[in-house]
Design a protein around this ligand. Sequence first.
Ligand code: HEC
Ligand code: HEC
Length: 333
Amino acid sequence: MMMRKLTVSLLSIGVIMTSMHVIAANEPIQPIKPVKPENAELVELGKMLFFDPRLSKSGFISCNSCHNLSMGGTDNIKTSIGHKWQQGPINAPTVLNSSMNLAQFWDGRAKDLKEQAGGPIANPGEMASTHDIAVKVIDSMSKYQAQFKKAFGSDGVDIDRVTTAIAAFEETLVTPGSRFDKWLEGDKNALSKEEQDGYNVFKSSGCTKCHNGPAVGGNSFEKMGVYKPYETKSTAEGRKGVTGKEEDRLHFKVPTLRNVELTYPYFHDGGAATLEEAVDTMAKIQLNKEFSKEEIANVVAFLKTLTGKQPDFKLPILPPSNNSTPRPEPFDK
Ligand code: HEC
Ligand code: HEC
């Protein structure tokens, strides 16, 4: 009797332990792991640069202007506003968990975060500076010079180091600890019935064909409008712009759905104002499915469980400009 009881309880411990691991292993979505930065000084420098509007010609626009870390790493408008109030052509994706993307930008034209970070500084529609001027601005301040030395172990400010530091900071912008991850890790009570039903619909209807992995996206380029065309006024061509191939027209990087509750409006043109609308459109044009009101509500409830712990850090205090710092030019002369 005693023996049997012991075997049973050992067995059930085994089952509990394996099921805790198995849940995550068998699911198309895996939990996000926290990151431990190797070089804290480099991350600190990258954070300063991410928040420094003096990387822009106007002295007014920082990375954080369009990737606001108080708002899910986005600007929450349809398409971004850049230098001299220019309306950009495309919606700003979140920088949260962007280190997990197979490439950067909607069309994947930058291979990684470092390559990406040079783009907006010199983009006339975004920060409108040049790499040369941006480096001169940063290099004019002795506090920055000292931080570069701490981060890289030697003197010197150049664009390669600027983008390396920004990328190192961005790599820390991961959001573990969502309720969905707790559920994946075995906490059955982390999700309500409605949220679990939503996850089941998400899986069984085929959303996970494209939205999978730890970032619930970011792993592939897929056509927007598999079964029915996506109605938009945007002229964005997607992946075709990179490969030149006609069959890549309107193929976009599948966006991450982590923190999607925070990253409205949705799609590359910001065309869907709400999650309900985005889910309904996806079901119709990507899967040829008509979701009921209840299915949409449940999938939306599930998607909201993907909101993780937001980056938590001390706001960087930036060194003041001095007499030799090139001045901002917010307006035409
Ligand atoms: C004026 C607004 C604006 C500014 C300023 C800006 N970005 Fe962006 N960012 C965007 C837009 C819009 C896109 C999408 C462009 C595209 O895909 O063609 C983007 C894309 C990205 C991506 C790719 C994310 C993904 O999932 O593909 C990263 C990373 C990023 N920006 C980081 C930065 C950094 C770092 C800075 C500062 C050096 C910066 N951005 C400045 C608007 C901005
Ligand atoms: C065939 C691949 C594919 C399938 C299947 C698919 N998606 Fe998508 N999803 C995409 C792509 C590509 C985009 C970006 C399209 C764009 O912006 O033009 C996207 C965008 C989204 C967005 C907007 C995210 C953002 O930040 O803009 C949501 C929400 C979404 N999908 C949810 C779903 C749901 C829910 C399902 C299942 C009903 C689903 N998707 C099925 C490929 C897919």
